[in-house]
Each structure stands twice: as structure tokens, then as C-alpha cells.
Design a protein around this ligand. Sequence first.
Ligand code: PLP
Length: 394
Amino acid sequence: MRYASITDRLAHLGSGRWAVHTTARRMKAAGEDIIELTIGEPDVAPDKALLDEATRAMHAGRTRYSNGRGEPGVLKALVEKYSKRRSGITERNFLCFPGTQTALSVVMAGLVEKGDGVLVGDPLYATYEGVVAATGAHLIPVPLRPEKKFHLQAEDLARAITPEARVLLLNTPHNPTGAVLTSDEIAAIGEICRKHDLWIISDEVYEQLIFDGTTFASPFDRQELAERTIVVSSISKSHAAPGFRSGWAAGPEEFCERLLPVSETMLFGVQPFIADMTALALSQHFDTADVMRQNYARRSSIVERAFAGSNLIKPMAPEGGMFILLDVTATGLGGEEFAWQLLNEEKVAVMPGSSFGAQAAGFLRISLTVPEDVLEVAMGRIADLAGRVAQDKR
Ligand SMILES: Cc1ncc(COP(=O)(O)O)c(C=O)c1O
């Protein structure tokens, strides 16, 4: 049978990226004792009040169709949240989606097509390549340099721009590096985007997970970038609720008007009972993000300390998020080889950096979503393997 070219474009961009993870899950199912440090699944439960609200709303009949833009309660809560960041925000600046991932896909489909280019920092979140490829557009990687703590540099962005470039896809706090862009960096990046008339999609799903000493900054907060900036985000990480699939896009009114029929055609709205729970999540303070932020910062320090004296493994301290990168190049192995050997010989599953772009090929990504004692055992095993590998190479 004949298929549309989207199936070819995405053929190698799906779950193949997660091969170590899926293999680890298979090994676990077969009874093996595996320490899993792969995916970014919050390890705390959503607040009970949110679960109660979803249940209450479901029983109250909030199980009917919604509209394409979003339920009034969520839109009101979003207006309040984002009005703290920039003036003039109304409900017409939002569209609700089942999670950031869907928001990204629909937003991208509304901005680019075959022949267009999307600038993305490399390393990049594993699904970005597929999101861009689905539209027929191509990715233009911009190197994120370890010596700049993986912060996107305006000069590197300017150098990468081609005549086809239409969009810059930003992610701060960044997955997998944990980099959090400063206000000055955003201003410089924004200037380049204005000069070259680029849209900015800002993936802010980790906004609430920023470690002490660092401050969140976004192009959305700058009036001069208002006409070209679209934020995508969700309650997946902030409220430890990825399974609820509840997110949104925040952008210019005209953009939202144009995108509404695209979203309606694809989704026909989100689930009202989840919208009610989301409205509650956004309109009150819950300490879920505070707990996670403290946990991930503490666990990141444990990993950093574990390799403080090592000349084989170099930890790259994150400024936020739920991951830490380890540079394993000094062992003589690439991240991919190291990750498979680690799974097979030490029963520890991590993501090879290559799942996050060419620039990350020498790294492992460690998820900080396990208890400290488990993390310490896992770091010990990584050190053991690194030692053995280095010995063998000599
Ligand atoms: C950078 C980034 N963007 C988007 C997502 C997807 O988020 P959501 O659950 O809201 O679809 C993730 C999930 O890990 C992520 O790390």
C-alpha cells in the first residue's frame, strides 16, 4: 500500500531514541533488577486536591465536549498567570492542548512547512526533530557549547541562520542540559530574531524547576518580542501530572485565531474534568514543584560529588530541570556504547546523549527522579564501568 511521506520522515524519529529505556523495561519485566535513570517522570504524586478536583468534576458531569480554545476556568487562570509576566494579556492569547508535546506539534504545523528551516540548540529534547520533520521543514542545529554551560549564544545563532530559517525553537530550562537562559541572553537572542523576522517558540515546561541562584527569563516577558513569541507549557512537570496531558500555547492574538481551526480539526477540544483540575492547579500554590526542585538540586549535588575527583567522568552541573549530563569521552567510549555496556554489565539504564543530538554524543543523561541511596549505587556502578573500560583501553 502507499503511505504519505510523513511516515517516512518520522520512521526513525519515534521510539528508536528510547531503545536503551525500552530494553531496560523488557529486562525488568523478565525479572532483572535494573536501576532506571532514563525518562523524566516526576517521582512524586500530584497533590491530592488536584486528584479530588478531577474526580469531583468527572462525577459532576464534566465529561462532555469542550470548545477548541479551552475551558473558561483554565483560560482565566492562564490570563492571571501570564499577566504577572507581561501586560495586555487576555483569553485570546491562549489555546489549550493535551500537553506541551501536542502544543508543540500543532504550533509548528501552523508556522512552517516544506522548504522552511527551524533553528534549535543542539543538544535538543528528543522529540524536537520529529516535530519539525512532521511538517516537512528541516532542522537547523545551533551548537550549545559546554564551555558556555550549554547556554545558547546569540553569535552562534546568528552564524547558523540561513535564508530558509523561520522559527527559533528555544527551551529554557533546557532538557537535557539543565541550562537556564539569563535575561540578557534572551534579550540578545531576541534582537537576532527581530532582525531576521523569526518566530520564537519557547518551551517552558520546566519553568518551575529552577535551582537556587538562578532566575527564570523568557522572551514572552519582553514587550518588543510579543508579536513573535509563543510559549508552550503544561502541568506535566510543575504539578507532577504528565498522565493528565494538560498544556497550552500562549501567543499573539492573531496567531491564536489562525491556529484555532488547525487545533479544532485535530483535537476538537480538551477534557473538561481535566481542565477543571488544571484551573485549580494554576490558580493556587501547591508545594509539588518546591519538593521536586529541592530533591533534584540535592541529587544533582550527589552526582557531582560522586565524580568530583574523577578524570574519566565529568558531571555537567544543571541550573534546573530533572537531569544531569555526564561527559564520558575520557573513558574512550561514546555515550551510546557506554550506555549499552552500562545496562548489560551493571544493570543501570541511562539515556545516551546521542538521543539528544550530535553535540551530546559523548554524554549520558541521568534522570534525577530516584531516591538518593539508589542514585549513589548507580553512580558507583558508572564509576566501576568507567574504570574497567579505561583499564582495558590501556
Ligand atoms: C523539553 C520538553 N518539552 C516537552 C515535553 C513534553 O511535555 P508534556 O508532558 O507537557 O507533553 C518534555 C517531557 O519530557 C520535555 O522534556
